[in-house]
Design a protein around this ligand. Structure first.
Ligand SMILES: [Zn+2]
Ligand SMILES: [Zn+2]
Length: 194
């Protein structure tokens, strides 16, 4: 499937077979990131971000890498990659490359909604961090559990095999771009729910 920033120069591909689950994350950090980016349509009505939880080797950036930038909501937070040209979120990875995880925002997938739904299920079907949603979310508990287990199993099996995330990291395990780390005041302001 194609991945692209809204204005075009950043392009890539994801391998649907490397996706563990499509999940909506309602954590305050994902919400703060969406607010910081400022794009419309990044959050659902309950303040959730629609994410493909996947293995990092399932993403390839094919064009426009020089436009990719990286931020973090705190000194230990996830590295959140986005396109500097149009502030499209592109992918979140843990700082520790031994944690083999990548979250790709569905808004970056340049495929029709029905194709995405056919491959990964509907938006919001699996809710994570639902406790911090801005309004109660209805996500079937079994789907939530199954999705969470698939994500955990994917990360754990990679850990057991000693896999390291090389996507967007150099050989020393440092991010390929210096992340812009927000100060506490700015982060707290972005985390405030109305
Ligand atoms: Zn762009
Ligand atoms: Zn989150």
């Amino acid at each position: 499937m194609k991945l692209a920033c809204r204005c075009g120069p950043v392009e890539g591909r994801i391998d649907p077979r490397r996706v563990h689950a499509r999940a909506s994350c309602y954590c305050r950090d994902c919400r703060a990131f969406a607010r910081w980016l400022g794009g419309a349509g990044l959050l659902d009505v309950a303040g959730g971000s629609d994410i493909l939880a996947m293995a990092p080797d399932g993403l390839q950036i094919t064009r426009g890498f020089e436009k990719m930038a990286c931020m973090s909501l705190g000194p230990r937070g996830l590295l959140r990659w986005y396109a500097s040209c149009c502030r499209t979120p592109l992918g979140n990875v843990p700082r520790d490359p031994k944690l083999y995880y990548l979250g790709v925002p569905v808004s970056a997938i340049a495929e029709p909604a029905d194709v995405i739904e056919g491959a990964f299920g509907p938006r919001g079907h699996i809710a994570v961090n639902a406790g911090s949603a801005t309004v109660p979310v209805a996500s079937p508990p079994l789907a939530r559990l199954a999705g969470t287990l698939r994500i955990v199993a994917g990360v754990l099996s990679a850990r057991l095999r000693g896999r390291r995330n090389r996507l967007l990291f150099d050989t020393d395990g440092l991010p390929l771009r210096e992340p812009l780390v927000l100060g506490r005041t700015q982060r707290d302001a972005l985390s405030l729910d109305p």
